[in-house]
Design a protein around this ligand. Structure first.
Ligand code: DON
Length: 315
């Protein structure tokens, strides 16, 4: 369904002011620095792009900024792993519950038996998912992921930011220790370093807000790209992905986000947020300064404003 005339009128008139008001929040956050390359992002940037199912777009702010998908990629590797292996095999390796812990916590891998990650959107779960992607070797798995993402974004120029890839790979002591623990718990298939290489590659796929919005639009439209008519994801897997986005997509801030925004969403430490109004729009946001939970501080504020003003909460 397209933007209504009233929505168009309000968004064209108000969105730039909402972006400016949310941008001010950036000074209360910080760009991620545990991946050193991410600290170089412009701290005060904020941009948003929306696309409806007939291809109308509205954007505002710093939309031309490129950034890496980071954890946003986990939604789509989960979907590809489901398409490769089916539900049963995937959920033998990862659970379906929120953790209430940080995205990079490994606490519950030892605390709760069996030692499988609680869900596919925390780092431990996403690393387990990377090991389920089909392919002869890391290069083939990585390239299958990139092609899948290109088809979802309708953009065959999507590629990796190799600076960010190297920066993460060189400093990923925590993810590495987690992956070895998962291997010992019998969760990871294949060689640990190969799995991590696939994971670091998909986290470093470079996008802008319009790529995110287009990928979100496919989810909003139950797996069919409304622009081309191509059927890209089985509906059941979209349903699983969207449910995880509601319960775990913003990590240990998912409950608050559900109350304040009420839309399925996934954040990344680059400051990106992918969200959607199901059946209607795909939305991509970038704001590199993060809050203490690892979500874009200005981006979350902007989505809270939009959802409240436009009455877009699903609940
Ligand atoms: O593994 C990591 O730590 C990053 N590649 C991704 C983490 C992330 O984006 C968490 N999101 N807020």
């Amino acid at each position: 369904m397209s933007f209504t005339e009233q929505e168009k009128e309000i968004l064209n008139r108000q969105l730039p002011a909402w972006v400016e008001a949310s941008k001010v929040r950036s000074s209360y956050g910080k760009t991620a620095s545990y991946i050193p390359e991410l600290a170089k992002a412009p701290q005060n940037a904020l941009g948003i792009h929306l696309i409806d199912t007939t291809g109308n777009t509205i954007s505002s702010g710093d939309c031309s900024l490129s950034f890496t998908m980071q954890s946003i990629s986990k939604v789509f590797t989960l979907i590809l792993a489901l398409m490769d292996n089916g539900e049963k095999a995937v959920f033998e390796k990862v659970g379906m519950e929120p953790t209430g812990d940080n995205f990079n916590s490994m606490l519950k891998l030892e605390l709760v038996r069996p030692g499988i990650p609680f869900n596919p959107l925390i780092n431990a779960g996403a690393i387990a998912i990377s090991s389920l992607i089909h392919g002869q070797n890391a290069a083939e798995k990585t390239s299958r992921i990139l092609s899948f993402f290109q088809s979802l974004a309708g953009n065959d120029t999507l590629t990796y930011d190799m600076e960010v890839y190297r920066s993460e790979s060189d400093t990923a002591n925590l993810n590495r220790s987690m992956a070895y623990l998962l291997k010992d718990n019998g969760v990871l298939e294949g060689q640990v370093e190969e799995v991590l290489d696939v994971y670091f590659h998909h986290c470093s796929i470079q996008v802008n807000c319009s790529d995110l919005a287009r990928m979100a639009l496919v989810l909003a439209n139950n797996g069919i790209d409304p622009i081309t008519g191509a059927s890209l994801i089985p509906r059941r897997y979209v349903q699983i992905a969207k449910t995880f986005m509601v319960t775990c997509g913003m990590y240990n801030a998912s409950g608050e986000f559900a109350i304040q925004v009420g839309l399925p969403a996934k954040s990344g430490v680059s400051g990106g947020i992918l969200t959607m109004v199901p059946g209607r729009f795909g939305i991509g946001v970038i704001g590199p300064a993060l809050n203490t939970k690892g979500n874009s501080i200005a981006g979350v504020h902007l989505l809270e404003t939009l959802s409240r003003e436009m009455d877009w909460s699903l609940f």
